[in-house]
Every structure is written in structure tokens, then in C-alpha cells.
Design a protein. Structure first.
Length: 276
């Protein structure tokens, strides 16, 4: 527990510092995270899905091309700094599909099933596209406002995780998704949602001077964050692995730690653009 807490505090500090840095540093940070997640994805699926050498090479190539999308989009949209609605919709589309597959897995079906043989294409979409929303959120509004939006989402996700942990320990009785993650409970999820809403409203008031917007982002983090975590639980259960990586002691890999943000950020961006 101490190691997990220390890793979380240090990792959170560096993440916040990089988020508050300039656009170039943040783009580089997002790209490094995308490549790290792609590496973890490739390593895990290569080990647990038996394919011929040529198929592994092809999947890896497709995955790497997809993982480059954040930087490609960053340069392509630099001329018009304001994020475009189409870019946000493209980033959100893979997560919407993952939520459909999550419902199938929760009902007892496979997470990917036969799509596991095409893990490169799946990873290119699941990793490459949603990560672009982190860059676009950072560019939203006037200079510095985008970082406020992004931090409001991040703080709300952290609050949801913390609230779910403590509410689940104190009150948890009803399984949330027994087939995917037996330890998660409905009571914990509700506690996490309440914490995310409170923190989202507070962060919205303090960081972007819009408590109502912060509240909406908190609701999204409280609902989509746990869904993103359950989706990766479904993937790992299908493969028979505990974590995608070991980069962060006590937390697993980058994919294990960023799943909630990957699920929330694209839709947060979409909602913000629709109501700007």
C-alpha cells in the first residue's frame, strides 16, 4: 500500500507539472504515453495470442502507426489551434465501440473474441485515437484554460477512484460486474460518482471559474472512468493476465493507470465543444 501511494503521489505530481507546461512539452508527453501504452499492448498480446511471425510483425506495424496519431494530429491542427468537433468525434468513436463490447463481456460474452488476432488494429484505434483528446483538451479555449479543463477531468477521475475505494470498503455489498471485476460494487461506484461530482464542481470553480461545467465533467468522470477500468478488466480477464505492465509499482503499467482517463477525456472534449 505504501509503495502504491508513493507511486501515485509522485506520478500525479509529474503529470500535473507536465500538464501545466507549454503545448510542445504536453504534446511530447502525450506521445510518450501513447508509445508506452502501445508497447505494453504489443508485449501482452504477442505473448498471449499465438500468431505466425508475419502476423505479429504486421500487427506491430499497424499499432505503431496508430500510436503516432497524436503527434500527426497535433501538427495537422496547429494552424487552427481551436479543436474541431470532427477530431473530437473521431477520438471518442473507439471508446463508444469499447463500451458496446464491454456490455457484451459483462453479459458473459468475449471482450474481443476473434478480434484478438487483429490486436494491432484494435490497439491502434483504442490507444492512438483517444490519446489525441488529451492534446485537444489542452488546447481548448484561451491559453491556460485548456489545462484547467484537463485537470478538472483528471481530479474528478482521481476522486472517483478514491471515493469508490473507501465507499466500497465501508458499504460494498452488491457486485457491480461480477464476471469482470468481482471486487467492484455498486455502492463503491455510487460513492465514486458522488466524490467525482463534488471534486469536479470544486475544480471547475477554482480552475476554469465554471462550477456547472466542472460538475458535468465530474459526472462524466464518475460514470465513464469506472467503465474504462472495467473494459480493461474484461480484456485482461480474456487474456488471463493481471496487468498490462509493471512500469508503475503497485499500479501495473501505463495502460492500467490511464484506462479511466482514456475513456473519459474524448467524451469530455466532445461535450465541451458542443456547448462552448
Amino acid at each position: 500500500m505504501k509503495r502504491r501511494l508513493l507511486t501515485g503521489v509522485l506520478g500525479g505530481f509529474f503529470f500535473l507539472a507536465l500538464c501545466l507546461a507549454g503545448d510542445g512539452i504536453w504534446v511530447a508527453t502525450v506521445q510518450v504515453l501513447a508509445f508506452t501504452c502501445a508497447y505494453e499492448w504489443q508485449s501482452t498480446y504477442r505473448k498471449h495470442v499465438q500468431l505466425p511471425t508475419w502476423a505479429i510483425a504486421l500487427n506491430t506495424l499497424i499499432l505503431l502507426v496508430g500510436a503516432c496519431y497524436p503527434t500527426v494530429l497535433s501538427f495537422a491542427t496547429r494552424a487552427h489551434r481551436t479543436p474541431q468537433l470532427l477530431d473530437a468525434a473521431i477520438a471518442a468513436a473507439p471508446i463508444a465501440l469499447c463500451m458496446v463490447l464491454l456490455a457484451r463481456a459483462a453479459a458473459g460474452g468475449p471482450a474481443l473474441g476473434g478480434l484478438r488476432n487483429r490486436w494491432g488494429a484494435v490497439g491502434a484505434l483504442y490507444i492512438g485515437l483517444p490519446f489525441t483528446s488529451l492534446i485537444l483538451l489542452h488546447r481548448l479555449g484561451f491559453i491556460g484554460q485548456g489545462a484547467g479543463y484537463l485537470l478538472t477531468v483528471v481530479f474528478s477521475i482521481w476522486a472517483a477512484d478514491t471515493g469508490a475505494f473507501f465507499a466500497g470498503r465501508a458499504l460494498g455489498r452488491t457486485p457491480l460486474a461480477r464476471r469482470l471485476s468481482p471486487g467492484k460494487t455498486v455502492e463503491g461506484a455510487l460513492g465514486g460518482l458522488a466524490a467525482a461530482i463534488l471534486v469536479g464542481a470544486a475544480a471547475g470553480a477554482g480552475l476554469i471559474h465554471r462550477p456547472g461545467t466542472g460538475l458535468i465533467l465530474g459526472v462524466m468522470a464518475g460514470l465513464l472512468g469506472p467503465a474504462g477500468d472495467l473494459w480493461e478488466s474484461a480484456l485482461k480477464r480474456e487474456l488471463g493476465v493481471k496487468d498490462f505492465g509493471t512500469l508503475l509499482p503497485g499500479h501495473g503499467g501505463a495502460l492500467d493507470r490511464l484506462d479511466s482517463l482514456m475513456a473519459t477525456a474524448p467524451f469530455a472534449l466532445l461535450v465541451l465543444l458542443l456547448h462552448r
